[in-house]
Design a protein around this ligand. Structure first.
Ligand code: AMP
Ligand code: MG
Length: 420
C-alpha cells in the first residue's frame, strides 16, 4: 500500500488541505481488493460478492408458455374480421406438457405458465373470449399472431453470462440465481473490520457516568454502518488515551483485521505519541480535508491492514465513514468503487456558506405542496449534534466554490445509501 502523505495544518482555508475528491482518489489508489473466496448457500448470499462469473446452465423460461389464462391456437386461424367459433379440445395446465395438436377451428384452454401445445403460437386471454358452452368459444378479430406468449429463453439464454464476478447480490439476483437452479454460490470472503473508540472521557453503555464523562456513541453508529455493509465486525471497545493501551490495541487490531477503524483523538494525533505509535507500526498520512464536518482524517497502513483514523465528533464519524470508509470497504470486497447517487432538488431555505471547503449539510428531502422535491436542513449543524443526523435522509452538497444558496435554488442532494 502506498499512502499519499501531505503536509497539513489546522487552518480550514489551508491551501495544503486535500479536497474530498483528492482524499477519495488517494484512498482508492492505496487499496487493493481482497482475495479469497468461499461457498455459501443461496439464502446466505444476500449482500455477498460473486467470486466467479455466473453462466446460465438452462433457458429461462425453459419452455415457450402462456403469459395469460385463456385459449391457445394457431395464429393463422384467427378471424380477420367478424367472429369465429372454435372447439375447445383440451386443457393445458402449468407444469404439464400436452401433446394434443390443434386442427383448424380448434383451440386449447390454457393456464398461465403452461407450455404451449404443439403447433400453437398465440393465446387469447379469457376476458376477451366468449365462452359459448362447455366445448365452444367465440373469438373476435382484435388479436395478433404471437400475442401473450413467453418464448423459451426470452429472459435468459442457456450459456450466456448472467452476472460477472464482483457482482454484489441483491434480492432479485438471488431470485434469478434460484431460477437457474443454483443451490450454492462461490462468493468472495468478507472484509474483517476491527474498530475501537479512543478517549479518556468515554464510558461504555451500562457503566455509570462520572463528572465530565460521556457515553461512547461512535461505536454504535460504526457498528450499525458496518453491519449494513455485511462485513465481519470486531468491536474492540473503548481504549484510553494512553501510550501502552493504544499501542497494544493497534497491534491486536491490525493482526486480526483487514481494516482498522478508530474514532477520536488519534485522527489528528491528539497526543504526539499517537502519531509516533502509528508511524512506527505502518505508513500514515495525517490529512486535513477541506470539508465540513470531518476535517481531520488519518489514513494509512497498519501492519497489513488498511487504517482509517476518523475524527471524534459523532457526526464527523458518520460522514467520513459514509464518504470514504464505506466505498473503500465495498471496493475491498468487490473491486468496484461505488458512487453515491446525487440528484438535484430545490432548497426550501437560503443556506449560508463561505467558499473554501466542501460542506455536507444534513438535510430532509421531501415533497413540497406542488409535489416537487424540496430539501431543507434537518436541524442544527454542529458536528457533535447527532439528532439532526438522525432526522436527516440526505446530505445537501455545497461544493468548495459555493458561496451560499438562495431560497428556491437548485442544490445537489445525496440521499442516504443509494449508490450505483
Ligand atoms: P477528539 O477527536 O478525541 O478530540 O473528540 C472530539 C469530540 O468528539 C469530543 O467532544 C469527544 O468527547 C467526542 N467524542 C470522541 N469520541 C467519541 C465517542 N466514541 N462517542 C461520542 N463522542 C465522542
Ligand atoms: Mg479524544
Amino acid at each position: 500500500m502506498k499512502v499519499t502523505t501531505r503536509a497539513s495544518c489546522a487552518d480550514p482555508s489551508d491551501p495544503l488541505a486535500l479536497t474530498v475528491d483528492q482524499a477519495t482518489t488517494a484512498i482508492r489508489d492505496a487499496l487493493t481488493p481482497l482475495v479469497g473466496d468461499q461457498q455459501v448457500a443461496i439464502r446466505a448470499a444476500l449482500g455477498r460478492v460473486l467470486a466467479t462469473d455466473c453462466i446460465s446452465p438452462i433457458d429461462v423460461p425453459g419452455h415457450t408458455n402462456s403469459a395469460m389464462d385463456g385459449y391457445a391456437l394457431v395464429g393463422s386461424e384467427l378471424p380477420k374480421d367478424g367472429v369465429r367459433d372454435y372447439l375447445v379440445v383440451a386443457t393445458a395446465l402449468a407444469g404439464q406438457c400436452i401433446t394434443q395438436a390443434c386442427a383448424p377451428g380448434e383451440c386449447v384452454r390454457i393456464m398461465t405458465g403452461a407450455p404451449m401445445p404443439p403447433g400453437t403460437d398465440t393465446v387469447v386471454m379469457q376476458e376477451q373470449a366468449e365462452r359459448l358452452d362447455d366445448d365452444r368459444v367465440r373469438l373476435d378479430a382484435r388479436h395478433r399472431t404471437g400475442q401473450n406468449v413467453r418464448q423459451a429463453g426470452e429472459d435468459i439464454r442457456r450459456g450466456t453470462q448472467v452476472f460477472a464476478a464482483g457482482r454484489r447480490l441483491a434480492p432479485a439476483d438471488l431470485g434469478v440465481l434460484a431460477s437457474l437452479g443454483f443451490a450454492e454460490l462461490r462468493v468472495r470472503r468478507r472484509p474483517r473490520v476491527a474498530f475501537f473508540s479512543t478517549g479518556d472521557e468515554l464510558r461504555s453503555i451500562g457503566e455509570p457516568l462520572g463528572e465530565g464523562e460521556i457515553y461512547d456513541s461512535n461505536r454504535y453508529t460504526l457498528y450499525a454502518m458496518l453491519d449494513e455493509l455485511g462485513v465481519e465486525i470486531m468491536d474492540l471497545g473503548v481504549v484510553k488515551d494512553d501510550r501502552q493501551a493504544l499501542h497494544s490495541a493497534f497491534v491486536q487490531a491490525s493482526a486480526e483485521a483487514d481494516v482498522v477503524i478508530t474514532s477520536g483523538g488519534v485522527s489528528v494525533g491528539e497526543a504526539d505519541y499517537t502519531k509516533e505509535i502509528l508511524g512506527g507500526l505502518g505508513e500514515m498520512a495525517f490529512w486535513t480535508i477541506a470539508m465540513k464536518p470531518g476535517r481531520p482524517l488519518t489514513f494509512g497502513r497498519l501492519g497489513d491492514a488498511a487504517f482509517f483514523g476518523l475524527p471524534g465528533n459523532p457526526v464527523a464519524v458518520m460522514l467520513t465513514f459514509q464518504q470514504f470508509v464505506r466505498p473503500a470497504l465495498r471496493y475491498l470486497a468487490s473491486g468496484h468503487w461505488p458512487t453515491p447517487l446525487v440528484i438535484e432538488a430545490r432548497s426550501g431555505v437560503a443556506l449560508k456558506k463561505r467558499p473554501g471547503r466542501f460542506e455536507f449539510v444534513r438535510g430532509i428531502l421531501a415533497y413540497d405542496g406542488q409535489g416537487r422535491a424540496e430539501v431543507r436542513p434537518s436541524g442544527a449543524q454542529g458536528s457533535g449534534i447527532l439528532t439532526s443526523m438522525s432526522r436527516a435522509n440526505c446530505f445537501i452538497l455545497l461544493d468548495e466554490d459555493c458561496a451560499g444558496v438562495v431560497e428556491g435554488e437548485l442544490v445537489r442532494v445525496q440521499p442516504f445509501a443509494i449508490e450505483i
